[in-house]
Ligand binder design. Structure first.
Ligand code: G3P
Length: 218
């Protein structure tokens, strides 16, 4: 199970990297806007900065929605740094673009996936990653983790190499549920990853160990 952090915030990326368990980063235009990154040059530099902090894949999303625009943008993004993965939306033109990038050995992340049928198309086009959005499905009273389960089963049955990257993770329990259904990758906020550290019995146990040590030294 790979851990990606879903943010464009440099401090949080550094903190996750320092924890020693980070395998990559995903961003999207909303996350970039949240950090106040404006203008093509600044956006490109931001991606390069992220790549220099982490060791793994860094998803950078195209803004175009037509095939030619996606190709143009994706090739520029991929040339920025060897760790860049081109994030492409799950639309008709996006599938064509993923197929094109796949033939050129440019890694892709097919984003905004909400159904097994969409995931099937992404795999057939040769996407490196497919991103089912679990939190957004939960938001509309659907079952996001069940979608991850269905995609994992389908890919295993047919032997597709596309990795299932569970996205739109909102809390720690989502990560555990994704482990249970066999997601290859989770991308989540730092808070959800840090939630994995917490257990009251760890805290109380450590407190006792330390106080017993202190008493034994008196
Ligand atoms: O990776 C996609 C993710 O950023 C979407 O998350 O919380 O906006 O649904 P959210």
């Amino acid at each position: 199970m790979k851990f990606f952090i879903d943010t464009a915030n440099i401090e949080q990326i550094k903190e996750a990297q320092a924890l020693g368990v980070l395998d990559g980063v995903t961003t999207n235009p909303s996350l970039m806007a949240k950090e106040g990154i404006k203008g093509e040059e600044n956006i490109f530099n931001h991606y390069k900065t992220i790549c220099e902090i982490v060791d793994g894949d860094v998803s950078a999303e195209v803004i175009s929605t037509d095939f030619e625009g996606m190709i143009r943008e994706g090739e520029i993004l991929a040339a920025l740094h060897p760790q860049i993965t081109v994030k492409v939306p799950m639309i008709k033109e996006g599938i064509k673009a993923i197929k094109y990038f796949s033939a050129k050995n440019i890694r892709t992340n097919c984003t905004l996936v909400f159904s097994p049928g969409q995931a099937l198309l992404a795999a057939k086009a040769g996407a490196t990653y497919v991103s089912p959005f679990i939190g957004r499905l939960d938001d509309i009273a659907s079952d996001g983790v069940d979608l991850v389960y269905k995609i994992v089963q389908m890919y295993r049955f047919y032997g597709y190499e596309t990795q299932v990257l569970a996205a739109s993770i909102r809390h720690t329990q989502h990560i555990i549920q994704c482990v249970e259904v066999g997601a290859d990758v989770i991308t989540s906020p730092l808070s959800a990853i840090e939630g994995l550290l917490k257990h009251p019995l760890t805290d109380s146990g450590l407190k006792t160990f330390l106080s017993d040590y202190e008493k034994s030294q008196e």
